[in-house]
Design a protein. Structure first.
Length: 377
């Protein structure tokens, strides 16, 4: 059942992403289809995205396997490891800077989520008749599967963040690429499952709960991409933790949920961790407010320069590109103001206006195109 759920969720996500991309381009389905085709024709780019789709497919199937072979309480505890894996990969791949306080906040969040989640599943083990009988071998295999899934979750999320924030294709085009590359992988796994006994029909055991699960997986993938695009994976983890806590608190009034002392302590740890992490938000940003340009190129400043503020000034050249004048650059040695004129493509400038691209990245990445500057003492 799990492979068919993953397969159909990718199909639904593909349809939603194509429709959203057509609406975003606002140029009709034919033009949007051509853009999608051109995006898929980029072999290198497609291979990168396809690798990510493979990771997601393997991750989803590992989670399903672990859920079937682990006690719910152990499953929920091990699942929280994805928060730590996400932070580790963010530091290693995206070069994020996390303070000691933020690391402590992540540990507190992991512990708090584990305690809160265990409480919600203890009720299913109060009697021997409801307790699942798992062998030691199944438990170890389930544990290894879930830890592997959490590691893949952290890595794939950080890798997706890098793709969404540091490449040109839009979010919806990326989702189309991800879904198109994931569908064949899921289809192969589904065919393999259908070919092994006991053979069942494609929609065997389907009911409205399974349909909701498919829609949940599809919408969840899109929402995660949106959250990563406009925030980051670590903040997504904190938001997810807060959502679980709020849902649990609502269950007290809606479903007569009775929280234990462990649950209350876990919620307190989650709230404390959010306060600690957000309070040290400045230490987490990937681009500090002052960035150093260190180069000996004739096109760049020979002195140590720190970027201080960014001001846009539009002018169109003969090639149709626009230029951005970076103003108020402070030279620490001479205490002077430097004006750097950088040629930037119209597409990059549009992404800056929409908040999708950090202007400091443009200045650093296009430093070779700096063609004039003046020093005013």
């Amino acid at each position: 059942l799990q492979t068919s759920v993953v397969f159909w969720s990718e199909i639904v996500k593909l349809v939603i992403s194509i429709c959203a991309f057509i609406c975003e381009e606002n140029q009709g389905p034919i033009v949007a289809t051509k853009i999608i085709y051109n995006g898929l024709s980029n072999t290198v780019d497609t291979v990168k995205v396809s690798g990510l789709s493979l990771l997601y497919t393997v991750q989803n199937n590992l989670v399903f396997y672990a859920a079937a072979h682990l006690e719910p309480s152990l499953f929920q505890v091990l699942l929280q490891a994805k928060l730590l894996f996400t932070a580790i990969f963010s530091v290693c791949i995206l070069k994020k800077s996390l303070s000691k306080v933020q690391w402590i906040a992540l540990l507190l969040l992991t512990a708090g989520m584990a305690m809160a989640q265990i409480n919600q599943h203890q009720s299913v083990h109060v009697t021997q008749s409801t307790k699942l009988d798992h062998s030691i071998q199944e438990t170890w295999l389930g544990t290894a599967s879930l830890l592997g899934a959490t590691a893949l979750s952290g890595f794939s999320g950080v890798y997706l963040e890098k793709i969404l924030k540091h490449t040109k294709p839009s979010l919806w085009l990326r989702n189309v690429q991800l879904a198109i590359s994931a569908v064949p992988i899921s289809a192969i796994l589904l065919i393999m499952e259908q070919s092994t006994p006991p053979k069942r029909r494609l929609f065997h055991d389907y009911d409205w709960l399974v349909v909701l699960l498919i829609l949940w997986f599809a919408s969840g993938g899109i929402i995660v991409a949106l959250a990563i695009k406009h925030a980051d994976n670590i903040l997504k983890g904190f938001a997810n933790a807060l959502a679980i806590v709020v849902t649990s608190l609502c269950s007290i009034y809606l479903f007569d949920f009775r929280p234990s002392r462990e649950f209350c302590f876990g919620v307190a740890l989650v709230i404390l961790s959010i306060g600690l992490y957000v309070g040290n938000w400045s230490a987490q940003t990937t681009t500090p407010p002052y960035q150093k340009i260190d180069t000996n190129s004739d096109h760049q400043l020979s002195d140590v320069v720190y970027l201080k503020t960014f001001t846009e000034k539009h002018s169109t050249n003969s090639d149709g590109d626009e230029s951005i004048t970076h103003k108020s650059v402070h030279n620490r040695r001479k205490r002077s103001t430097t004006f750097i004129n950088i040629v930037v493509s119209t597409s990059d400038l549009k992404r800056v206006k929409q908040g999708e691209l950090n202007p400091y990245h443009i200045i650093l990445n296009h430093a070779a195109f700096v063609h004039q500057y003046q020093l005013h003492n």
